[in-house]
Design a protein around this ligand. Structure first.
Ligand code: HEC
Length: 141
């Protein structure tokens, strides 16, 4: 065996050991993460973003910054479509109509630079969030 193949074996051994150690470390990290019970899933993240976007939307209308309304409404739509994709129920199909309609009204109002209509449509969007969520709450006695 020449020096070159010896060092090649050595290198392979070092690499194999490092990979093993790294896998073990990763496995332990993953186990600790699962045990912590506060992992941030994609679904939770999306929902959080949905709430934040509603706040951005309210801010945009509140400050009369209608140019920001359209992209914000579009973001809200995309997050809602994503959440809809995660759900195991068809609640967006059954109760989402007023929500999608309010978002379209909002975009039209912003495009027309109509502050009054944007204000009403923002309230309609918020109302439809609340109404759909009210349906999700356990029924009152
Ligand atoms: C048509 C029904 C519907 C509409 C409209 C709707 N949501 Fe939701 N939302 C849901 C459902 C269903 C869930 C998922 C609940 C679950 O899986 O635990 C959800 C989850 C959420 C969550 C996470 C709640 C939690 O317990 O983790 C937030 C926050 C949220 N939505 C905010 C909003 C906001 C803000 C709007 C309006 C911009 C909105 N939603 C509009 C149906 C709706």
């Amino acid at each position: 065996m020449n020096t070159r193949s010896v060092s090649l074996y050595g290198l392979t051994a070092v690499l194999a050991f490092s990979f093993g150690a790294f896998s073990l470390w990763l496995y332990e990290k993953a186990a600790a993460f699962d045990a912590s019970g506060n992992q941030v899933t994609l679904k939770n993240k999306t929902m959080e973003r949905k709430s934040n976007t509603l706040r951005d939307l309210t801010d945009a209308v509140l400050t009369g910054n209608l140019r920001d309304v359209n992209p914000t409404a579009e973001r809200l739509k995309q997050y809602s479509l994503m959440i809809d994709g995660f759900l195991e129920t068809d609640i967006y199909d059954r109760h989402g109509a007023s929500y999608w309609k309010a978002l379209e009204q909002l975009k039209a109002a912003a495009a027309a630079d109509d502050w009054e209509a944007a204000k009403d449509a923002t309230l309609a969007v918020e109302r439809s969030c609340l109404e759909c969520h009210q349906l999700l709450l356990p029924s009152q006695p």
